[in-house]
Design a protein around this ligand. Structure first.
Ligand code: ZN
Length: 297
């Protein structure tokens, strides 16, 4: 499908979903992050959820400002965090690193695959003296079996990467459930945090969850200790308010953490990650609005 056709389709779906929810024809597409109306495709962009760099696909549209503004820097942090955490993975990818050997420091490219590690000293990005000194040291060092250090030079901000994951979880929940979900009052804080990554609208955004299992990306509807929609992306989990809970999710989460001890979430059935712009609650028939039957987990 041509890009404009795909964009138009997403635009029409979003417009129709909101018209159904509000019971009247709306004038355009509402950006899920800033909630502004946009008439026509000009100022809307296709949004990769999660970012393209960690394998995301186009799931919905956001406005140009929300997609390219704050979010852009955040995506870069998500990308760098991924690179940093996979440093020296045997995946054949070239990564920048620093080598320290016998007191000499230099910037190198490192590539590891199943055969071994290749280290290339970067001529243009080093003091020529260091490069000259390094050549024989590396050669002789390898022969005598002495050690050297390789340091990862990837830097990222955990906070900024958190916002990237929050934004992906929020937009995926939007693509899955629609405006019915994101227009709940409890989601105001999420948008505030995404639009201004430096603010502290949310205390905890993401937790590592190695034991969550399941596929690389999925949603879980949890009941205990409080209702929440957990979005699993890679090895992280972002907790969002439940589509069926009350509007005090974040206050409850804060008091739960304040009461001390670890919060253990009881797992439930996985809900499939959206592979298209589903807007399921907006398009649901009346009888489907009651929510899931309780007792899972
Ligand atoms: Zn926007």
């Amino acid at each position: 499908m041509a890009r404009t056709d795909r964009k138009q389709k997403l635009y029409d779906l979003g417009k129709e979903a909101l018209s159904r929810l509000l019971g009247r024809d709306v004038p355009g597409y509402v950006c899920p992050i800033c909630l502004n109306y946009f008439e026509g495709l000009d100022n809307l962009t296709e949004e990769h959820v999660p970012p393209k760099s960690i394998g995301g696909e186009v799931l919905c549209l956001t406005c140009r400002e929300c997609n390219c503004g704050a979010g852009h820097g955040v995506d870069a942090h998500v990308d760098r965090e991924k690179l940093g955490r996979s440093f020296l993975a045997a995946d054949g990818q070239v990564r920048r690193a620093k080598i320290v050997v016998q007191g000499i420091r230099a910037n190198v490219d490192v590539r590891r695959d199943e055969k071994g590690i290749q280290i290339q000293v970067l001529g243009g990005e080093n003091d020529p003296k260091a490069v000259g000194a390094l050549q024989p040291v590396l050669r002789d060092g390898i022969q005598s079996g002495s050690s050297f250090q390789l340091r990862d030079t990837v830097s990222f901000s955990r906070k900024e990467a958190d916002i990237g994951y929050l934004s992906s979880a929020y937009l995926a929940a939007f693509a899955k459930l629609g405006y019915t979900y994101i227009l709940r009052a409890a989601l105001d804080r999420v948008r505030q945090q995404i639009q201004d990554p430096t603010c502290r609208a949310l205390e905890t955004v993401r937790v590592y969850a190695g034991d969550f299992g399941g596929t690389e990306r999925a949603f879980f509807l949890l009941d205990e200790p409080i209702s929440c929609l957990a979005a699993k992306i890679r090895d992280s989990v972002v907790c969002l308010p439940s589509p069926y809970g009350d509007d005090h999710f974040y206050e409850e989460l804060t008091s739960l953490r304040g009461s001390g001890g670890r919060v253990t979430w009881r797992r439930s059935e996985a809900i499939r990650w959206p592979d298209r712009f589903e807007l399921a609650l907006d398009f649901a028939e009346e009888e489907d609005h009651e929510g899931p039957t309780s007792g899972c987990g």
